[in-house]
Write a protein that binds this ligand. Structure first.
Ligand SMILES: Cc1ncc(COP(=O)(O)O)c(C=O)c1O
Length: 496
């Protein structure tokens, strides 16, 4: 006799659900890179990683500081005396000198226009861990948070997966450079209420991921008024606060809050405002996992601190950061030099794209551009966007991230990171784009002659592989160096 039993899951619902948010092309692109990573000599035709918002432009400055300050590390002759104390210290408030230094740094990263209280600093495992803890403090499963689109794809994992909250998009469009309007805000809120979703707050990333833009004062005021009217929370992810390299200057929610509070007419409740911060971008230290939750709400500070036991920053890291961030002369010069290098890289990259007729949303911050490839789509659909994305990954061998993974409502936008590679790799990436565009245009001319007007995007897939035959002859002047890995490309040899 056969006994039919319902198949038992050995794992939890969370572990087996597909709500982790990682089933998106944003993460798929990383996998494509992992399988065939570019290396200038060992794999010069591999995929170049342009999907990772990392800042690798200023590590040398930190390296130099480390060499000059051996006492900041417990792994040196002069620092080892502190080993026992640091190895034993374990307190979820964090080391006082660390909290002091990070609060000061947060102020510096905002032009010293606001002061942060070290007693409100709560630690997390990167902004990722800090923002999840915040969600656990503010909301219950099923509650909703409004978030303007396009937004950082990992919010779906970090904020939603384990907490069970919902993210409700506020639709923003290219017609006004994806700015949040009062109407879009109200409409997203009203629709959620009609669908019986309890809205607990609004989440923004300022500077924006993926737009690379900063919010103006008026917009920030509108948001503060909105959340106060509705009596909901405002979560501001300011992870790129000091990663601003052009005007207009960054304006933190903390500054606007301070200004508005001073005017009694405003009736503002600061307890509704929370800031997420991290050293992953502004100091280029994502591996250190230093995340900060800064809340103006005592209840949130107290409960988040208890939760921070699940994701503390190691005392070794706190000790090192307390030393380096307390060196005000270094911090000041680091921030200036880092911005200068980012501005230069951004200029080189966007000008290179412009030479090929590719434009990006005008931006002043962060580690990527929001590239407009709408004219390369045969039709304005997300299927077409995916077709183009696959072509870019598989043939052009650049891992860029498609707009759909950022919940953008308009197909044809792509986020492209420019600060996680050296200058030579940037030039190689630009050259690949140059060849791609040139070949596409040639194709258009041929097909137009043969068949009358057809969009040049139509035959890109068929045509692009053939670029490899004449890659060297189409080389842009910027990469005609005798050291160029392209000149001896094994891929060219293999295919020809
Ligand atoms: C807007 C935003 N928030 C949070 C994170 C996660 O940062 P962390 O490495 O500090 O966890 C990122 C990383 O790309 C980000 O862009």
């Amino acid at each position: 006799m056969v006994i039919l039993r319902e198949k038992k899951s050995l794992l939890s619902k969370i572990a087996t659900s597909d709500q982790h948010g990682e089933n998106s092309p944003y993460f798929d692109g990383w996998k494509a890179y992992d399988q065939d990573p570019f290396h200038p000599t060992q794999n010069p035709h591999g995929v170049i990683q342009m999907g990772l918002a990392e800042n690798q432009l200023s590590h040398d400055l930190i390296e130099r500081w480390i060499v000059e300050n051996p006492k900041s590390s417990i792994c040196t002759d002069v620092g080892v005396d502190l080993f026992k104390d640091i190895a034993n210290f374990q307190d979820y408030h964090g080391m006082p000198e660390f909290r002091e230094a990070i609060a000061k740094f947060m102020g510096k990263a905002r032009g010293d226009r606001v002061r942060f209280d070290p007693d409100r600093i709560v630690m997390g495992g990167g902004a990722t861990g800090a923002s999840e803890s915040l969600m656990f403090c503010l909301a219950d499963p099923g509650d909703g948070f409004l978030v303007p689109t396009p937004y950082y794809p990992a919010f779906d994992r970090d904020l939603r997966w384990r907490t069970g909250i919902q993210l409700i998009p506020i639709v923003c469009k290219s017609s006004n450079d994806f700015k949040i309007t009062k109407q879009a805000l109200e409409s997203a809120y009203d629709n959620a209420i009609k669908s019986n979703i309890k809205i607990k707050g609004l989440i923004i990333a300022n500077p924006s991921n993926p737009l690379g833009t900063t919010m103006d004062r008026e917009t920030l005021k509108t948001l503060i008024k909105f959340i106060n009217d509705k009596d909901i929370h405002l979560v501001c992810d300011e992870i790129y606060a000091a990663t601003v390299f052009n005007t207009p200057d960054f304006i933190s929610i903390s500054e606007v809050l301070q200004e508005m509070e001073q005017d009694p007419m405003n009736r503002i409740n600061p307890e509704l405002v929370h800031i997420i911060y991290s050293l992953s971008k502004d100091m280029g230290l994502p591996g250190f996992r230093v995340g900060i939750l800064y809340s103006y709400n005592d209840g949130v500070v107290s409960s988040a601190r208890k939760m921070s036991s699940f994701g503390l920053i190691s005392t070794q890291t706190q000790h090192f950061l307390a030393s380096i961030l307390s060196d005000e002369v270094f911090v000041e010069s680091f921030l200036i030099e880092n911005s200068r290098r980012l501005a230069k890289r951004h200029k080189v990259f966007t000008q290179g794209l412009e030479e090929d007729g590719i434009t990006c949303l005008a931006s002043n911050a962060a580690l990527y551009v929001w590239m407009d490839l709408r004219r390369l789509l045969k039709k304005p659909t997300f299927d077409e966007e995916m077709r183009l994305w696959r072509l870019i990954i598989n043939e052009v061998k650049l891992n860029v991230s498609p707009g759909s993974s950022f919940h953008c409502v308009e197909p044809g936008w792509f986020r492209v990171c420019f600060a996680n590679m050296d200058e030579q790799t940037v030039q190689i990436a630009l050259n690949r784009i140059h060849i791609f565009v040139k070949k596409g245009k040639e194709n258009e001319t041929t097909t137009t002659k043969n068949k009358r007007s057809r969009p040049w995007s139509k035959d890109l897939r068929l045509s692009f592989s053939s670029r490899l035959y004449d890659e060297t002859t189409m080389m842009s002047p910027r990469i005609m160096s005798p050291h160029s890995p392209f000149a001896h490309s094994p891929l060219v040899q293999a295919r020809t």
